[in-house]
Write a protein that binds this ligand. Sequence first.
Ligand SMILES: [Zn+2]
Length: 368
Amino acid sequence: MKDYQWADSTRMADIIPLLGLPSPPHGRSSYYVPCPCCDSGHKKHLNINLSKDVFRCPRCGFSGGMFDLYGYYTGVRRENVLEDMRKRLGNVNIGKHSDSANACAAGQPPDLYAHADNPPTDVETRDATYRALLGMLSLASDHTDNLLQRGLTREVIAQNGYRTTPVAGVKALARKLMAEGHYLAGVPGFFRDENDGAWTFTHNMRGILIPVRDHKGRVQGLQIRRDNVEKRKFRWVSSADMPDGCRAEGWVHIAGPVRENMLLTEGPMKADVIHYLTGHTVIAVPGVHSLTRLESLLPELMAEGAKHIMTAFDMDFLASHHVQRGYSELVWMLHDRGLTFGTYVWHPEYKGLDDYVWQCLKQGQHAV
Ligand SMILES: [Zn+2]
């Protein structure tokens, strides 16, 4: 078979196992592995994109195509890569030759897919970067008042780490974070300025930054409660579609330790308020239509002792026809996993359980 006829059927995914690199987590086409040029320890900054057959480290610029990756890890010279791959893979077609040879730190990296849909990096890295970022920001007084009105105390507001979104000086923040050794690549919200290539942070919406934590208390992502908007008040901090940016995923927030009985609601801020007011541990999904993350998390929660889930979605929310299908899917998911479940119902005058409990507490009644 001639070389040019080898086109298109062998892919990056075929050579990954030959190089001793980890496989992508459950069916993903884009994921991170440790960058051989700039990562140490457990850091993972080299993004491998299996659907585009390219790799790129947004941190150091090490990038290229399938042949480059193969050549780098095997030490085989580029002109011999094709033959070597053919030998090891057997008589199968090999994909198109990439022209983007690029050894570590050698010149300008090709702009292979800087605007590609990059997945987030690991949770430890995100947690460290977000915590450091939050540590550099403050909470404006109008935002403190807003949180106090929900029933939180100043102490709890400080503990939960809410901050006002930065509106200026974002490049300086990014520089400071990098100087402290934090990683910005693969952390949603950070991206490179199109003009000068400097790292920066999204700053087009003023609002309250809400840390979205996992069951170990790590900050997985951030949401913004936007000021002065009526619709879609809560948005993920994301830098999808920006150079070297990264999208957020529908992370599940957990307020409180994993327990046998837990509440389930929508939105991390609501979960924080209900947790503080009632003492219950509250799981928050981003919405009843984004349950994938919850589904993969349930076995972990059950291993830590979770048995019973009480759903506590807003009353008007549940009345919506649009939402009911998502809700019944949720209920079946809990059932299939072997969790028992129930639903909190409260006075329909109050939109959410947080409003209801807060009202009862103000009136000196016991609510939940
Ligand atoms: Zn690198």
